[in-house]
Unconditional design. Sequence first.
Length: 157
Amino acid sequence: MKIWIDLIRNEAIFIPLPKNTIRKMLRVAKVSKKDIVYDLGCGDGRVLIIAAKEFGARAIGIEKNCLLAKIAEWKIKRENLENKAKVINKDFFKVNLSNATIIFAYLSKKINKKLEPKLKKELKKGTKILSASHEFNCFKLIKKFKTGHFYSFLYIV
């Protein structure tokens, strides 16, 4: 039922990306321990865990669904990554993103369009944006690459 409500509201629904797709996207962006990765709509936290555990980055997930946020927090705790990853249980439109060095998004075409002004306003020059499946039109495209059955995109502010 929740999925249908999200679709009616034109919101992104929770469809977890395969872990190998996440790894490929993070590799393409050259994520390292110097990075702060923000995952917009982090779902179950898989991007946060991979970014922190395998790439050494600090990872911050923003998830407005309280059940998914709790699941992500539980998974982070289970992996002993509380010092590297955290979840903010809020709407990402209401969270300041200016500390990010990398934004990770698997949203929708409509949400990406709505998100562009916020990202332009808050992100520092040089911040990278990774988007699975859906493009951003106002940022410089660095690379379009195949991930599974769709393309992903790397942009720079």
